[in-house]
Design a protein around this ligand. Structure first.
Ligand code: C2E
Ligand code: CA
Ligand code: CA
Ligand code: CA
Length: 279
């Protein structure tokens, strides 16, 4: 029986009830989905500010089931992490994102970043560094265009990523970003110790900017922290002009969110890469 408590298995419990006689475990379903190439990537633009140029994309995985449903990552990544399938799935994501980035660059797009989310299990898995190295070689990709997004929890929490791995990734020439910054651990000491390039201000702070007060103070403080530590700062989840103006006024140089663009399939990217959002 699957856990009901955390809500992470709702998709699977429904599927399993619907198809009780097949008794496919979450593990087997995900394994089959990977074999049958049912995972797809959507890409969301990263925009530099104040100029408004698209400088890169974040790869976001989805599961397109045979009945045509598009399942969001929140509904299967937790199970993939728990079953270990995140390792081959994560490798597929990395390879596909790198392949697509290479294609965009070869097509003349002026882009500097392809951001890819990485789970704690992937980072801890022996061979992750080698896998990345061989993917970069396979597509003859400059390592500095690949930005690994690692959540604060993965950097700091229980079973945190080994520091040596982060340094090995950095030594390969990759860039490292702290995802969902501000939601995890209050100790900031790790920012000095880890080879981090960028902080991504969590969407929750950005979406509360209009209510004033705490969210504004926190966002401004993160931007200031980034400036003093010489880290780049990107604001996630920008949905409107108010948020954009606040962030720009406070010195934030990069943003991402529905205001600029939803995550879209690869085919839409060459047109997006040419767009410039003017302020
Ligand atoms: P995340 O890394 O924080 O990604 C940002 C999420 O916010 C994405 O949801 C994106 O579609 C959504 N988003 C972007 N802009 C806006 C906005 O303006 N407003 C709102 N309301 N939402 C916005 P998505 O694609 O459902 O991904 C959810 C999470 O799943 C990601 O959060 C990430 O933690 C995880 N994830 C996605 N792809 C992968 C992957 O390939 N590997 C791993 N390990 N995790 C992934
Ligand atoms: Ca992310
Ligand atoms: Ca995030
Ligand atoms: Ca998030």
């Amino acid at each position: 029986a699957k856990r009901a408590g955390k809500g992470t298995y709702r998709f699977f419990s429904t599927r399993l009830t619907e198809a009780a006689n097949t008794r496919l475990s979450a593990d087997l379903q995900l394994r089959q989905a990977l074999e049958r190439e049912e995972f797809i990537l959507h890409y969301q633009p990263l925009v530099s500010m104040p100029g408004g140029r698209v400088t890169g994309f974040e790869a976001l995985v989805r599961w397109k089931t045979p009945d045509g449903k598009v399942v969001p990552p929140g509904d299967f990544i937790p199970a993939a992490e728990e079953t270990g399938l995140i390792v081959p799935l994560g490798e597929w994501v990395l390879r596909t994102a790198c392949r697509d980035m290479k294609e965009l660059l070869a097509g003349g797009a002026d882009l500097k970043t392809m951001a890819v989310n990485v789970s704690a299990q992937q980072l801890r898995h022996a061979g992750f560094v080698d896998t990345l190295q061989s993917i970069l070689k396979e597509f003859d990709l400059n390592p500095s265009v690949v930005e690994l997004e690692i959540t604060e929890g993965t950097l700091m929490g229980q079973g945190k990523a080994p520091v040596a791995i982060l340094h090995a990734l950095k030594a390969l020439g990759l860039r490292l970003a702290v995802d969902d910054f501000g939601t995890g651990y209050s100790s900031l000491a790790y920012l000095q110790k880890l080879p981090i390039d960028k902080l991504k201000i969590d969407r929750s702070f950005v979406s509360d900017l209009e209510s004033g007060g705490a969210a504004q103070a926190i966002a401004a403080a993160i931007i200031g922290l980034g400036r003093s530590l010489r880290l780049e700062v990107l604001a996630e989840g920008v949905e409107n002009r108010f948020q954009l103006d606040f962030l720009v006024k406070n010195g934030c140089r990069e943003a991402q969110g529905y205001y600029f663009g939803l995550p879209v399939p690869k085919d839409a990217l060459p047109a997006l890469a040419a767009i410039k959002w003017r302020r």
